[in-house]
Design a binder for this molecule. Structure first.
Ligand SMILES: C[S@@+](CC[C@H](N)C(=O)[O-])C[C@H]1O[C@@H](n2cnc3c(N)ncnc32)[C@H](O)[C@@H]1O
Length: 283
């Protein structure tokens, strides 16, 4: 073979591999390679996440905390669950709101993102709890929270529809759901939904009155309410809500700095940073 043709083919193959690697690992953040890769990538860039995102405090108040407070008014002390919380963006916005008196349980599967979240929220640590666990199988009974949120994360889940229904499962009837969905990208086939698909997906899980707004140019912000009506859960201690993910038969009990299941005797450690490490109990 002509050496120039050989060189050209090598360069072409190298270029194709580089583009594929960029698409799989950077553009789509590992979602087509499975959950482990997604979480590994977040673990790797957890320390730089806040700097890269550079959320503007005033906008977070105006477009996240304030509308949540308006939609749950006159209630001011809800029990909130933020799924895929990352470095604690949503809990931070709520804690900074002058009228918010509730508690937030913040869940993520990247242990490093949670550590950064603890650092961001240490001044509010008596009202925010960070838990290392997956969005696909939340460690709470049905109807446990007044508000459930999931921002900028559903598109990185292997099965977004199943996660959406899991969010709704733990929301009380009449409770408020807030999710975002990525739009304006052709780079993530099968991972982004049209407005109609989002509303249909929500309806499948029992969400009524959903409405969507464009947000931050690249996202759709969607609000909804779980069908039915139940009294507010309110700002209650975690021990009344945390269910053993291993046997799902009992609430966990805090004992000597660990969380213990009275039914199957499994135990979860609490990290030095205060994160409750439930994830090992799922294996
Ligand atoms: C783009 S970040 C969004 C973080 C935060 N909600 C925000 O708006 O800044 C996506 C987050 O989803 C988390 N994540 C991805 N897959 C997950 C899963 N299966 N279960 C729980 N968290 C997951 C990642 O670890 C990461 O922290």
């Amino acid at each position: 073979m002509n050496p120039w043709v050989g060189l050209f083919l090598v360069a072409l193959t190298g270029g194709a591999i580089a583009v594929l690697g960029w698409w799989l690992l950077i553009a789509t953040e590992g979602v087509y390679l499975g959950r482990r890769v997604v979480v590994l990538l977040y673990d790797l860039y957890a320390r730089r996440y806040d700097k890269i995102k550079d959320y503007y405090r005033e906008y977070e108040q105006r477009y996240l905390a304030q509308p949540i407070m308006e939609k749950i008014a006159p209630h001011q002390s809800p029990l909130v669950l933020d799924v895929a919380t990352g470095t604690g963006r949503l809990p931070l916005a709520l804690m900074r709101h002058e009228r918010f008196q509730g508690r937030v349980v913040a869940v993520d599967l990247s242990r490093q993102m949670l550590s950064q979240g603890v650092k961001n929220l240490y001044v509010f640590d008596d009202r925010v709890t960070f838990i290392w666990s997956p969005a696909e199988d939340l460690p709470f009974p049905d109807d446990s929270f007044d508000v459930v949120t999931c921002l900028e994360a559903l598109e990185f889940m292997v099965n977004s529809q199943a996660v959406l229904c899991e969010l709704v499962r733990v929301l009380r009837p009449g409770g408020l759901l807030l999710i975002t969905q990525r739009i304006n990208t052709k780079l993530m086939p099968g991972k982004t939904w049209t407005g109609g698909q989002t509303l249909a997906a929500l309806e499948k899980c029992g969400i009524t009155d959903a409405n969507a707004q464009i947000w931050q140019v690249d996202y759709r912000k969607v609000w909804g309410r779980k069908a039915g009506d139940a009294p507010a859960v309110g700002s209650r201690p975690l021990a009344e809500t945390l269910r053993c993910p291993a046997c799902q038969e009992s609430l966990m009990v805090e004992q000597d700095g660990r969380w213990h299941c009275p039914h199957c005797a499994k135990e979860a450690a609490v990290g030095d940073d205060g994160v409750i490490e439930l994830f090992p109990l799922y294996r």
